[in-house]
Design a protein around this ligand. Structure first.
Ligand SMILES: Nc1ncnc2c1ncn2[C@@H]1O[C@H](COP(=O)(O)OP(=O)(O)O)[C@@H](O)[C@H]1O
Ligand SMILES: [Mg+2]
Length: 313
């Protein structure tokens, strides 16, 4: 797959000595949705800022569309759109004019039809003559997306596009992002909503304290790191684990009142094994009154990774 963006050895030390990016290597493929996950302060906005020319890297190289950003910044930047994390925009401007202006900033000729198409796709067309300040939070965020799309970028950064947005609007935003992908735009989004990465991303990168800890296909990551957890409530408490179930990854909990299974690999193996376990229980005459099974989410994976690495900063 053709790389659209390559970071090599990218580091950023802010004045004062804080290392916000620590030797990051990352290749983004054309057409993918890449979710960069990390807690607050992990370095996500710094990474985006470095690619968009807002943050000067301390070391490393950034190659976008084959251009070295240090030398050919303008050429590459004109093909990149940025939806910033902060809602800071020209609040007094009417929607349509603000979006047209963004297009002009990159030297593109005015194109009313194109702007109309963008505004319609974001359900902003009816609001085109309203001042941005009069819009709701979710609408303001869409204006930021419209502005970022106005110069028809091939690579779009969305920095926490749904932070502070309610569930309904978040889903609307996902639909918008999906339609951009369908148009062939490569998308890098940052989020700390794991559900968002789970729903949207083809690949996921996990960043903490400036270090990219892991990058993988979302499904592969979940299969590799996912787990099944089952709690089986026993009809009669047990003192010890019966030999018949010793081969399963189980332990007694709640003073022997229930059994806890933790195993599998996120591919359904766990569920099958829990079914085997219940058969073994029945086979050895151990009665149970309930089973609760849960597949671990990206969130569990995330939390356990950050835990191993020394906790959330
Ligand atoms: N302009 C700056 N000067 C000094 N430190 C900064 C600056 N911007 C961000 N930082 C620090 O760099 C770290 C990474 O910040 P940031 O990239 O905004 O993280 P994220 O977007 O993942 O929340 C944080 O510790 C933050 O306080
Ligand atoms: Mg940020």
């Amino acid at each position: 797959m053709e790389p659209i963006l390559e970071l090599a050895g990218l580091s950023k030390v802010y004045p004062g000595g804080l290392k916000a990016l620590d030797d990051v290597d990352l290749t983004i493929r054309k057409g993918e949705i890449f979710a960069l996950l990390g807690p607050n302060g992990a370095g996500k906005t710094t990474l985006i800022g470095a690619v968009c020319g807002l943050v000067r890297p301390s070391a490393g190289t950034i190659t976008a569309f084959g251009y070295d950003m240090a030398r050919d910044w303008r050429r590459a930047r004109s093909r990149i759109g940025l939806v910033p994390q902060e809602l800071s925009t020209d609040m007094f401007e009417p929607v349509e004019r603000a979006v047209s202006y963004s297009r002009g900033l990159f030297g593109l000729a005015p194109d009313k039809a194109r702007i109309e198409e963008i505004l319609r796709s974001l359900s902003l067309w009816e609001k085109r003559d309203e001042r941005i300040m009069s819009l709701s939070g979710g609408m303001k965020r869409r204006v930021l997306i419209a502005k970022a799309l106005a110069h028809e970028p091939d690579l779009l950064f969305l920095d926490e596009p749904t932070a502070g947005v309610d569930v309904e609007l978040r889903k609307g935003m996902w639909a918008v992002i999906d339609s951009m992908r369908e148009r062939g735009v490569t998308i890098i989004l940052t989020t700390h909503y794991l559900e968002e990465a789970e729903m949207m991303a083809d690949r996921v990168g996990i960043i903490n304290r400036g270090k990219l800890l892991m990058v993988d296909e979302k499904d592969a990551m979940m299969a590799r790191l996912g787990r099944t957890e089952a709690h089986i409530t026993l009809a009669q408490p047990l003192d010890t684990l019966p030999p018949a179930i010793a081969r399963f990854p189980v332990e007694l909990e709640a003073d022997g009142a229930s059994l806890c299974y933790r195993g599998g690999d996120g591919t359904g193996k766990g569920k099958a094994e829990v079914a085997e376990l219940t058969k073994a229980l029945i086979g050895s005459g151990i009665d149970f009154t309930g089973i609760e099974t849960r597949e671990s989410s990206l969130e569990d994976i995330f939390v356990s990774l950050l835990g191993k690495e020394g906790g959330v900063a």
